[in-house]
Write a protein that binds this ligand. Structure first.
Ligand SMILES: Nc1ncnc2[nH]cnc12
Ligand SMILES: [Zn+2]
Length: 340
């Protein structure tokens, strides 16, 4: 790949639409928080923990990811985790971040919803004033738990309704289809929350269909299995449903055997509103620009694809129209400054 394209990928403004904030917790910060909170972790050192990051599928990752989150106890911990991510995002020229958080991972350990949301939200507010990043929160329900538990979580979160913009659905996909959460998503819709769901990461195209038609989500997280169903690809194209694709995550969780075999080019060339994202950067070996550079290197994507991916990230965001126009102007300026 030319140095010019690498530099453009790094420098261009972009939005990140698929980042689990608990997945941005680096081993160093896990150890630091374990120490300051007196939480025992079953690893001798940062290197020892990092060595455990060898995954065979989604579940093998989730087991370690939930264990890592157990060091988060205080509002300051949630703030510090999000702030560390936002500093990395700034370095990658991310100008908007829509950040997932998994409150059930914390409330199940006795941490209050108030602690979780206030800590994360303070970091987002500071990101706007100090880093120039528009950062918003999306509350995710854990799909391996029941819909009743999701309702309970929503009830606990509604007093903080003004501090998150939407809800999502994550955790173990296969065996937990979107329709399991039909009623709670309907209630979130009534609340005016934006709706997204992980679907078609490991699960079948049927899960993408039901995320769209039963949950009525506005975006699909991952969605890479959609190519197995041409009618679904047509639907995603017709309605310009954004897919928040995470190539390094897919590689590390063995969704694709190599990055070269990833289907991002197929998705883009089919006219889909696909975007690139980091998912759980501390676990998958890369933040936004690592995902861009490594994916472009492996698959031979071009400058035109780079523009399209950044533009899709703004179009697919939940920013208002005036903001979206401003983001695209900044993108155009970055391209113009590097020869159009
Ligand atoms: N890639 C992923 N899929 C499902 N749930 C997740 N939680 C964190 N990362 C996830
Ligand atoms: Zn995810």
């Amino acid at each position: 790949m030319t140095q010019n394209l690498t530099e453009l990928l790094r420098a261009m403004p972009k939005a990140e639409l698929h980042i689990h904030i608990e997945g941005s917790l680096e081993p160093e910060l896990i150890f630091e928080m374990a120490r300051r909170n007196g939480v025992a972790i079953p690893y001798a050192s940062v290197e020892d923990l990092r060595k455990a990051y060898a995954f065979t599928n989604l579940q093998s990752f989730l087991d370690i990811y939930y264990a890592g989150a157990s060091v988060l106890l205080k509002e300051q911990d949630f703030h510090d985790m999000a702030w560390a991510y936002l500093l990395r995002a700034k370095a990658d020229n991310v100008i908007r971040a829509e950040i997932f958080f998994d409150p059930q991972t914390h409330t199940a350990r006795g941490v209050s919803m108030e602690t979780v949301i206030n800590g994360l939200h303070r970091a987002c507010t500071n990101a706007k004033s100090q880093l120039g990043i528009d950062a918003e929160l999306i509350l995710c329900f854990l799909r391996h738990l029941s819909e009743e538990e999701a309702f309970d979580t929503l009830e606990q979160a509604l007093p903080y309704r003004d501090k998150f913009i939407g809800v999502g659905l994550d955790s173990s996909e296969v065996g937990h289809p979107p329709e399991k959460f039909a009623r709670v998503f309907a209630k979130c819709r009534q609340q005016g929350l934006h709706l997204v769901a992980h679907a078609g990461e490991e699960g079948p195209p049927a899960y993408v269909w039901s995320a769209l038609d039963v949950l009525k989500v506005e975006r699909i997280d991952h969605g890479v299995q959609s190519v197995k169903d041409p009618a679904l690809v047509q639907r995603l194209a017709k309605d310009r449903i954004p897919l928040t694709v995470c190539p390094l995550s897919n590689l590390k969780l063995c969704v694709f055997p190599t990055l070269k075999e990833h289907n991002i080019r197929q998705l883009l060339d089919a006219g889909l509103c696909a975007t690139l994202n980091s998912d759980d950067p501390a676990y998958f070996g890369g933040y936004m620009n690592d995902n861009f550079v490594q994916t472009f290197e492996a698959t031979g994507l071009t400058k035109a694809h780079a523009y399209r991916l950044a533009k899709n990230s703004f179009e697919g965001s939940f920013a208002d129209d005036a903001k979206k126009r401003e983001y695209v102007q900044r993108l155009d300026a970055a391209f113009a400054a590097r020869g159009g």
